[in-house]
Design a protein around this ligand. Sequence first.
Ligand SMILES: [Zn+2]
Length: 208
Amino acid sequence: MTQQEIFALLHYVGAVTTNTHAVYTSGKHGSMYVNKDALYPHTKETSALCRLIAEHFANRDIDVVVGPALGGIIPAQWIAYHLSEIKGNEVLCVYAEKAQDGFVIKRGYDKFIPGKNILVFEDNLTTGGSIKKVIEVVRQLGGNVIGLGAFCNRGNIQPADIGGIPELFSLVNITMDAWDPEDCPLCKQGVPINTSVGKGREFLEARR
Ligand SMILES: [Zn+2]
């Protein structure tokens, strides 16, 4: 799949909306909106994207895929499934869940980590803060993080930003313009605000 085909797929399921006038959670405005949750009801498309990540890492020695709850669980499962198919041996999948100060791997899944080669997954990289904590917990348990797969790198995150992992592979890299409302060129042009994504509706209500 080319980058264009990946974008077309993300657009089709509503995970990426372009040429719009969106209000982000931060209050800033922009012309693009990413809603990763829109992908997962579509299992065929989710599987297809995860296949690309599995193919990228297929020549690496991987025992377990780890994704953070909630957003990372479904794709981590698909990636482990495709890796198992491609490599002909079982690649496991477990998830890390939020704890008071970071993440924890429990439910008996922690026993799959020590001494194993781990591929970590994050659907959407913005600051990299969460996945860095997942990487830390894997390392604390004695796992060897061989790389990170992602659908979307929005923050130009580099391996050094998240604990110096050997490799970071993202299907798409996006840089999104974000303007304060008073500087927003779309507001100046009178482009209607999209009220079906982000905080558009709240923004218009507050302005009334
Ligand atoms: Zn605007």
